[in-house]
Design a protein around this ligand. Structure first.
Ligand code: UDX
Length: 420
């Protein structure tokens, strides 16, 4: 099939390159010239494991352009633009809206049935109440008759997005008309996983409910972990026991300093805002965010238990990315931790294998180490991201406060885990 992808972030690029690998022709459309150049020279515009190899392999099956006319020669357009948070936590739909308008203008010039698929994470109702009228207005055509419209959420984790694309747990297809359903069923026919066909707003909600549940699981593990810490119990042992119950499952019970990234915090906040919009006060979701916001400060409290006055003390920070295997620092727990250390006037020496350049833009005033070993010479070390290479360091004789459970660090002279 001929596919156009609007928005070349990690979801757009991974999805597009994945579809190219499956034998489709893909056109990326983005406003960012740097991304276009990168894609056209087979360089991933983002760091994502396995993507560069796939891009090289499929070089002749995709191209990138800043011109929406790229849509004209395709059968399906995926909207994969970002949906950031506004200050009040609600979702900012401006990129989705402008994509819908531009797609609408192109559909006006295009003959034949074209399918538009929203892949961006949008609150329930958005595809039919925002995207549909904009495309209809600009194109002069009717959704579900002249053109197809669907919502197909992504469940890609950063760092393993390529693998997640090819091995999904499920594919959710939110549609209203048969023709659109058939197009998407054909596109996804190479996949063997369960495929769930729903109406459009159910598909939108499945994405939010999934992320909200995973975030809830983490905050739950953290709350139990905080109690465990007071009682001298290892939360990891506890959750090993809990996760063995097949009704519960062991994933996403890694207690620590909480969740960051471009999805969980934004999506939970957006769902809270949407709930309030319709007159529901989401008590549980609010608590999920409250627990999450409190976790990073526990690392500092534990540090101060051993070094009460941080002024002028050298504090090492191991890990800045919101999780390992990515250079992404969005909502990273390292941000509130470094802010607090700066308030305490500590001298910070930070290291991350991939995320230092991004972090430098936010915190140019702190020092960055060339190697993780340099960081270990600080008066105390905080572990903020569980990069694999941190399992190889020699922590003997050090003070280590661990927010992510790096087993090797337990050999430190003084070792504290947030929830164990
Ligand atoms: C998430 C979802 O997993 C994915 O399905 C969705 O499409 C996008 O959001 P991602 O943000 O890339 O993916 O990372 P994920 O691996 O889910 O981790 C998110 C955050 O939760 C990280 O900060 C991680 O450190 C934290 N986390 C995860 C925990 O603190 N404990 C856990 O047990 C698991």
């Amino acid at each position: 099939m001929k596919i156009s992808i609007v928005g070349s972030g990690y979801v757009g690029v991974t999805t597009g390159v994945g579809f190219a690998e499956l034998g489709n022709d893909v056109t990326f459309i983005d406003v960012d010239e740097n991304k276009i150049k990168a894609i056209n020279s087979a360089k991933p515009p983002i760091f994502e494991k396995g993507l560069e190899e796939l891009m090289n392999k499929n070089r002749d099956k995709y191209k990138a352009t800043n011109n929406y006319e790229g849509i004209l020669d395709t059968d399906i357009t995926f909207i994969c633009v970002g949906t950031p948070s506004k200050d009040d936590g609600s979702i900012d739909l401006s990129f989705v809206e402008s994509a819908a308008r531009e797609i609408g203008k192109m559909l006006k010039r295009k003959d034949g049935f074209h399918t538009v698929v929203v892949k961006s994470t949008v609150v329930p109702g958005t595809t039919e109440e925002v995207v549909k009228p904009l495309i209809e207005k600009e194109s002069g055509k009717r959704a579900f008759e002249d053109f197809g419209l669907a919502m197909n959420p992504e469940f890609l984790r950063e760092g393993s997005a390529v693998d997640d694309f090819f091995n999904p747990d499920r594919i959710v297809i939110g549609v209203k008309d048969d023709k659109t359903r058939e197009v998407l069923e054909m596109l996804y026919s190479p996949f063997n996983c369960p495929k769930l066909v729903t109406d459009i707003k159910t598909a939108e909600m499945i994405k939010y409910a999934s992320n909200a549940f995973l975030a809830t699981k983490i905050s739950f593990a953290n709350e139990i972990g905080n109690i465990c810490k007071k009682l001298g119990i290892d939360a990891y042992e506890v959750f090993k026991g809990v996760g063995l119950d097949h009704r519960i499952n062991p994933a996403f019970f890694r207690a620590g300093i909480g969740f960051g990234g471009s999805c969980f915090p934004k999506d939970v906040k957006a769902l809270i805002a949407k709930a309030r919009d319709v007159g529901e006060e989401p008590k549980l979701l609010k608590a999920v965010m409250d627990v999450n916001e409190g976790q990073p400060m526990r690392l500092i409290e534990l540090l101060k238990k051993h070094i009460p006055n941080l002024r002028g003390k050298k504090v090492g920070v191991l890990g800045l990315a919101f999780k390992p295997d990515t250079d992404d620092i969005r909502e990273s727990r390292a941000i509130p931790i470094v802010e607090e250390l700066l308030k305490e006037q500590a001298e910070i020496l930070a290291y991350d294998p991939k995320a230092m350049d991004n972090f430098k833009q936010l915190f140019p005033q702190i020092r960055y180490a060339e190697t993780p070993n340099e960081v270990l010479n600080a008066d105390a070390v905080l572990i903020v991201t569980e990069w694999k290479e941190f399992e190889q360091l020699d922590y003997k004789g050090k003070i280590v406060i661990d927010g992510r459970r790096v087993e090797k660090a337990r050999e430190a002279a003084i070792y504290e885990g947030v929830c164990w």
